[in-house]
Design a protein around this ligand. Structure first.
Ligand SMILES: O=P(O)(O)OC[C@@H](O)[C@@H](O)c1c[nH]c2ccccc12
Length: 283
């Protein structure tokens, strides 16, 4: 049985073919020429880190293949406002419909409701989706290195690095930032060789759903103190945040823990905010 990533990517190829029959890449390129500038995604993170504060990419996610429905009461605009009020640095909006119950319109809805830069969270494997990301109002795209890997009979995985580079160069041309996602050392080496990426370490294996913060901790050792990484997935408690910060990781991508809370922004503040004293200070 093919793994879930495989199934998602097969479906993406169909989706791209369906969509390009309705709207061509040339149409989108013409539309992009009239758009304003993007909101700097990486710049917002850098600015937050420069202040010595944690940078949180807060995810707008209704459901996932591993968890099923996560949030029934799902209003992207309200969630975006809540995240902004709770101190998020950026947003990540799921646009995949078939596996995450996302939609491309959610990016525009979130964008209109706040001033935060937005990552289009989807499985991008083709130029078409990069143009589409810019048209729907994203400021950054995700490139998942494992989506560019092919497994051979002997178990060896070969990555199409030139495709990854082509797509990240196209993103730069369209004024989009790129978050390159890795899950192991081999993928990390590939990400490090790409033009100026922001590197995210997914603690969740997209083929098995196994999740461990140990993945971020281990790969952080490989890049050393001078390379910032984003710890993605499986972050639920203040203890998780403390463990990662002690290791020198200060940028986080969090979805489920916020999405299950009645007030996602308040939960963000609880996980990452400064301690609020229970007694007001005396003058
Ligand atoms: O809900 P979590 O465990 O906090 O995870 C958020 C985010 O990291 C996760 O949704 C994610 C990371 N990389 C992805 C790639 C595709 C889809 C989803 C993801």
């Amino acid at each position: 049985m093919p793994d879930i990533l495989h199934r998602i990517l097969d479906r993406k190829l169909e989706e791209i073919a369906e969509r390009s029959r309705k709207r061509t890449m040339d149409d989108m390129a013409a539309q992009i020429a009239d758009l304003g500038e993007t909101r700097g995604f990486v710049a917002a993170i850098d600015a937050r880190l420069y202040e010595n504060k944690p940078a949180v990419i807060a995810e707008v996610k209704k459901a996932s293949p591993s968890k099923g429905l996560i949030r029934a009461d799902f209003d992207p605009a309200a969630i975006a406002r809540s995240y902004e009020a709770g101190g998020a640095t950026c947003l990540s909006v799921l646009t995949d419909a078939d596996f995450f119950q996302g939609h491309e319109d959610y990016v525009g809805q979130a964008r209109a409701a706040c001033n935060l830069p937005i990552l289009r969270k989807d499985f991008i494997i083709d130029e078409y989706q990069v143009y589409e990301a810019r048209v729907i109002g994203a400021d950054c795209i995700l490139l998942i290195v494992s989506a560019f890997g092919s497994k051979y009979g002997d178990g060896e995985v070969v990555y199409d690095e030139s495709r990854l580079t082509e797509l990240s160069l196209l993103a730069a041309e369209l004024d989009l930032d790129v978050l390159v996602e890795v899950h192991n050392e081999e993928e990390l080496e590939i990400a490090l060789g790409m033009p100026a990426p922001l590197i995210g370490v997914n603690n969740r294996n997209l083929r098995t759903f196994e999740t461990s913060l140990g993945t971020s901790l281990k790969l952080k050792d490989r890049v050393g103190p001078d390379t910032a990484i984003v710890a993605e997935s499986g972050i639920h408690t203040t203890e998780d945040v403390r463990t990662l910060r002690e290791k020198g990781i200060h940028t986080f991508l969090v979805g489920e823990a916020f999405m299950r809370a009645a007030d996602p922004g308040a939960e963000l503040q609880k996980l990452f905010g400064t301690h609020v004293p229970t007694h007001p200070p005396k003058h």
